[in-house]
Design a protein. Structure first.
Length: 161
């Protein structure tokens, strides 16, 4: 995993999602060929993905408030943990989204069946929730970025360029 100065880029979650989608599609296709159907996405999973995304955004907003000077104190360890949480949320959301996308791809040949159409909607909602988790993690990671202190992004008067 390549992080660099800007943190976790969009490329890594996309690659994780694509890899898991391919693997999930292949395994789900074998499962269907054996006469089984994938289980629908539980509603509790969708709710938990949304709650985790909200918590990641809230944690990131605490770091952002500290960096802007509107929050009195914040432990450096808490800020580092928030950054790690945001990056983990992005990767987890990508993996879960890839899992659901792979199952949808495996179900495409049987899309005319009424049971499959019901599964499509649940997988679509689960995919949307997992992609929202990716976005929440990436936003929170951006909020954890420390502004340059050497004046690199400021003009001679101290204002942003």
């Amino acid at each position: 995993m390549r992080l660099g100065e800007r943190g976790l880029g969009w490329r890594v979650p996309v690659l994780v999602g694509l890899f898991v989608a391919l693997l999930s599609a292949l395994l789900t296709k074998r499962w269907i060929d054996a006469g089984n159907f994938p289980a629908p996405v539980p509603w509790v999973t969708i709710v938990l993905l949304a709650l985790i995304g909200a918590l990641v955004l809230w944690s990131g907003s605490q770091v952002r408030a500290y960096l802007r000077g509107t929050k009195a104190d914040l432990s450096p360890i808490r800020a580092a943990r928030t950054l790690a949480l945001a990056q983990a949320a992005s990767l987890t959301g990508a993996a879960i989204g890839g899992f659901y996308a792979g199952q949808v791809l495996a179900l495409v040949p049987d899309r005319d069946l009424q049971a499959v159409q019901g599964l499509f909607w649940r997988f679509a909602i689960g995919l949307a929730a997992s992609l929202a988790l990716v976005v929440c993690g990436m936003i929170a990671q951006g909020w954890c970025r420390i502004p340059p202190s050497d004046g690199a992004g400021y003009d001679s008067n101290g204002h942003d360029r």
